[in-house]
Design a protein around this ligand. Sequence first.
Ligand code: FEO
Length: 406
Amino acid sequence: MTIKEQPFKAVKITDRVYWVGAIDWTLRDFHGYATQRGSTYNAYLVLADKITLMDTVKKPYRDEMLSRIASVIDPSKIDYIVSHHAEMDHSGCLPEIIDIVRPEKVFASAMGVKALAQQFHHDKNIVAVKDGEQLSLGAMHLTFIETRMLHWPDSMMSYLAEEEMLISQDGFGMHLATTDLFTDQHDQSVIWWEAAKYYANILLPFSPLVLTLAERLGKLNLPVKYIATDHGPIWRGDGVGQVVAKYVEWATQKPTAKALVVFDTMWESTALMARAIAGGLAEAGATPRVLPLNGAHRSDVATEILDAGALIAGSSTMNNNVFPSLADVMTYLKGLKPRNLLGAAFGSYGWSGEAVGHLQTMLTEMKVAIAAEPVKVQYVPTRDDLMKCRALGMQVGEALGKAAKG
Ligand code: FEO
């Protein structure tokens, strides 16, 4: 089957810009992030005097992208390729595409040039562009905006002035496989959950840089009609301002009344404690969100933490340690560097009871402010033990109320 015979077509965004990416309907794990709704790898074709391909796709999707391009133009007519980010979901087929298309020039940030060389050990000539540099495509113009560590050292965005389009790479994206190209064509609860999930799992550690970027975009005061991301649907109209405002909110992580109770249990004692803690939180005016780790994926816990003010972690002791599920989630959360959290630890044990101490250490290492003494129960909690759990919940809840007001 030739490229042209494949059943993939480009989708028009404007008269001069087409979406030519690929849809990954079956992706369920993105390096440890659960992607229940699949994803897209977006690439954009700009029909300027210099025909420009903005990004490529994951390697197995090369022909899908080529087929979409071929539905508009002969791929060999592409003059320029811009690689905004070297991670392989966007650059995996870049060396092959360069060989097939033979463009006049390929552009990346200086760190991108380096990362592409170190990943692909290729022999291609890739031109490094600088922050703020303008590239003429003839009657259209691109301006490059370096966004180092959002979320890789090489990451950059670009602004296509004539279409008022920000090609934002991973920024403002989401893992959502779809043929509906714009966010406003979707159920908004899905859009905002997936956008928050993407922020929490990919961008949260770099929140201070997100705030710097938002400030910079504000100062540049560029008119933006579209934010064309490299994953999921495109923001347009009111969605543009809304997603930028949400990014500022998520990056700021102001304390809220929501408290996560994250735990795992062996014989239900720690689960009973979690229920009593949730009761205490509610009594103090907080909003408990109880997440048993036998049913919550680490990337969903990360999403829940984005608008939470407290993290209360519980585990039974297993082989002198925390449950493996707690070790997994706490290690993952620590790497994401959530901010402004209060917390506490709890758990049951049979004879040695180290888990609660380990959790307390993990919380402290995550810079969670301990708001209540830990509660540790041998075997099955008594009524008194459960009252102590309720008191722990109330104490955290009251501290949360004060933090949210402050
Ligand atoms: Fe979508 Fe950082 O790659």
